[in-house]
Design a protein around this ligand. Structure first.
Ligand code: 6YU
Length: 498
């Protein structure tokens, strides 16, 4: 079925591509994507560290199972290792926490004994699971996950750890600080004090043990793009303003104004810009402005920063079977996930490293993880300054003053002008309603104007898979389906003539 309806998609990330795919397949033949940068993929971005493939953005397929569209597409395009395809891998229910083999290092230099760490990790994981159970209850008396965890650890430590010595107890509290920093990365939040306890349970996990793309996540983008008509995407074409309820252009309710002055008339616009960009530019991006309830949700939902620092070594200083390295600061028993002086001690926010596997493919490459304002400050430093800080850090924690990285490379998502951060989390005061408001098209229900002028897709608009690639794919399909079903329910004479 071919419908000569003009549809403009803003943004060529996975959600924009998914929407275009679905619409073109359904017979819409006037679909175009306007992309601000010179590439497709957005936050799916594969780069290189020397001759090794590294993911600058999305890393894993979270929950690779039949219900996960990214897993199904990756399988269809033959982009996965055989291990990821096994029924055992798909059936594993890891609840968002892959069972990686850890190594723990302490700030006084050297490995820590895992047995000394596990009780604290165990307690933290229990509390995280409990944090999800406040869904819809506002979380009272705690407003945020950070406060809940701190107060419960204090109470439970009194009961459960009363017989251990002060040093061991202090170490366990330092481990809690480390785990809070891990969660800041997982949630893309500055601090767990900014993540709503009442809405934490909105995020849902899928079964399956997280897997990666051996040839790079961008392989998924390449395959999807090859199935779209050529010329459908216009690159280097940032959109400046979406004029909706537009009365100037006869017949077309929306006019899209680009940075270079080009004006494009459309019947429908699907906006997929990241929440970080939307928060910063909503006042100029929409005319008339976004309705107040939508704007409040844009502000209430959280969008922080999570960055990676890749570090290559000539030889490993971790165990052969180690998959994740935690760096525990032994002076942090106050259960903190923010550093007091960002400029001097930003590196303390880096919780540790994941080990790139398999070693035959990557050599000895670690991926450091750092979230929050500390991460945003790190972005302003030169690569040399970052290298120096990481070198000092590794020397301190290994107790080896000669260990030296061979290469260092970091991401800078906060200063990316088209992303302005990493991904969405439920901010303080946020509820299910905010995600509903995010996905609500313009004009709002009940308006007399032409419906579905501006639709919203992108990870921040998925009610339970926000912050993920599969969430983004599903939102692109959802908005395409909204238009497809709209046009299958309108009578032929109502369809726009070409
Ligand atoms: C996942 C993972 N992963 C790490 C890091 C990052 C992200 N994610 P896009 O931004 O892609 O596209 C928008 C386009 O719009 C873009 O091209 C812009 O240039 C363009 N644009 C902007 N303004 C414009 C304008 N004015 N005009 C024209 N164009 C414009 N997801 O599944 N696995 O391992 C990770 C990770 C460092 C930065 C991730 C991961 C998130 C995904 O990358 C992201 O959701 C999608 O790619 C977004 O696609 P899109 O199309 O929406 O936007 C409670 C609780 C919660 C717990 N949450 C935990 C979940 C775990 C999340 N984990 C993520 C972790 C990592 C490591």
């Amino acid at each position: 079925r071919s419908v000569n309806t003009k549809i403009v998609i803003i943004g060529c990330g996975i959600s924009g591509i998914s929407a275009a795919h679905r619409l073109v397949k359904a017979g819409f033949n006037d679909v175009r994507i306007l992309e601000a940068t010179s590439r497709s993929g957005g936050r799916i971005k594969t780069g290189r560290l020397g001759n090794k493939i590294v993911e600058i953005g999305a890393n894993w397929i979270h929950g690779p199972c039949e219900e996960n569209p990214v897993f199904c597409l990756a399988r269809q395009y033959r982009l996965l290792d055989p291990e990821a395809l096994t029924p055992e891998n798909q059936a594993m229910d890891i609840g968002g926490h892959p069972p990686w083999t850890p190594n723990f290092f302490g700030s006084s230099g050297g490995k820590l004994n895992a047995e000394d760490i596990y009780p604290a990790q165990q307690m933290f994981l229990e509390l995280l699971n409990e944090s999800s159970e406040f869904q819809g209850q506002k979380g009272e008396p705690w407003s945020c996950v950070g406060d809940f965890i701190r107060s419960e650890v204090q109470q439970r430590a009194e009961e459960q750890w009363k017989d251990i010595d002060a040093t061991s107890r202090s170490l366990r509290l330092c481990v809690i600080s480390n785990m809070l920093k891990v969660e800041c990365c997982v949630n893309g939040a500055h601090s767990m004090d900014e993540v709503s306890l009442g809405a934490f349970g909105l995020y849902k996990t899928l079964p399956g043990n997280d897997c990666t793309f051996p040839g790079g996540y961008e392989g998924l983008i390449k395959n999807l793009m090859s199935e779209l008509p050529s010329g459908l995407v216009t690159y280097n074409r940032p959109v400046r303003c979406v004029h909706w309820n537009n009365t100037e252009e006869r017949g077309n309710p929306v006019m899209v104004e680009c940075d270079d002055g080009e004006r494009i008339a459309a019947d429908h616009v699907i906006c997929t810009v990241p929440l970080g960009y939307l928060r910063k530019h909503h006042s100029t991006l929409f005319h008339p402005p976004l309705p107040l309830h939508k704007l409040c949700s844009v502000q209430r939902l959280g969008f922080g920063t999570n960055n990676k620092i890749f570090v290559e070594f000539d030889a490993p200083w971790w165990d052969a079977d180690c998959e994740i390295i935690y760096l525990v600061w032994e002076d942090e028993d106050a259960m903190v996930d923010e550093v007091p002086d960002v400029q001097r001690s930003w590196i303390k926010k880096l919780f540790g490293f994941t080990v790139l596997k398999p070693t035959e493919r990557y050599g000895h490459v670690l991926c450091g993880w750092i979230a929050g304002h500390e991460s945003e400050y790190m972005e302003t430093l030169s690569e040399q300054e970052v290298t120096q800080a990481v070198t000092q850090l590794v020397r301190r924690f290994t107790g080896n003053p000669t260990v030296t990285p061979k290469r260092v490379f970091r991401s800078q998502w906060f200063h990316d002008p088209w992303t302005c951060g990493s991904y969405t989390h439920p901010g303080k005061g946020c509820s299910e309603q905010d995600l509903d408001n995010m996905m609500e098209p313009l004009p709002s229900k009940g308006s007399q104007s032409q419906p579905l002028q501006v639709l919203f897709a992108g990870e921040a608009t998925h009610p339970c898979y926000f912050s993920t690639v599969h969430g983004a794919v599903l939102t692109g399909w959802r908005e395409a389906d909204r238009l497809i079903s709209h046009y299958s329910s309108v009578r032929p004479f109502e369809l726009r003539k070409s």
